[in-house]
Design a protein around this ligand. Sequence first.
Ligand code: ASP
Length: 303
Amino acid sequence: MNPARGSLLAIEHLEAAEILKILKFARGMNPDKPRPLLKGRRVLLLFYEASTRTRSSFEIAAKSLGAHTVLIQSTGSSIEKGESLLDTGYTVRALGADVIVIRHPNAGAPYVMAQHIDVPIVNAGDGLHEHPSQALLDAYTILRNKKSFKGLQVAIVGDIFHSRVARSACHLLSKFGVKIILCGPPELAPEIATTLAPGVRIARHIEDALRGTDVLMLLRVQTERLAGLKINLSEYVARYQMTAARLKMAKKDCIVMHPGPIIRGLELTSEVADGLQARILEEVRDGVPVRMAILARAMGKMR
Ligand code: ASP
């Protein structure tokens, strides 16, 4: 079965024009001025992994459009009893789901759902693969701050290898000709990452990544991953942590983004996290109108 119309499975195969259409529609969405575009519809949120921002903003988005939401998490549901992904999918379909938003630790899980279940499927993060709604909201935040993608340079610093956020961002930004610089130690920012999308290159030194940069995207770095890869924590901090002094190497009006959760003292200092250039909470806020647009599109209401 082909994915139902309105599904959002990945950024990689989404056309630039469609991305701009979603972003434009999102500009007209405001959770403080609810619009009943999805009145009476059921949005099923199927979360097999922890989530704070993504889950709650999809929920607020759905409710702002007049939909009912049902949250199913792996703990406290039949998933815990060993029910398969598809059986859970058939069950929520039988319950009358009009759209399924799914987060899963395995790459491709939303595709499996979309091949078997005839309702739009929205990927809320699948393993190391993609996080399309995050890339769209990041693009929305970038455009609100920079007006256009033209001539932009974006540096992505941190654990790129394990980041679906980085993967989706590279796919999206490269469609608009943005220069993308990935920066981190080779274990976290491997050379192969340059093949992700056109216009992607690697910098090993933070100064090389920051010079001329308009947008800095920091990523979560998990200490247990550093330990597993035998990367010394203090060495990581010494070489890559974003400090106010380092941020000065970027363009004066460079904005700092992070998908969250942020780890102060590791990826960035509090001075940067709470500084004037930080847009981290703005991204969280932007998640709602963008996800309203994604859900409206899923239901064929994006006109
Ligand atoms: N919240 C983002 C995600 O789910 C980023 C992260 O957790 O590192 O992928």
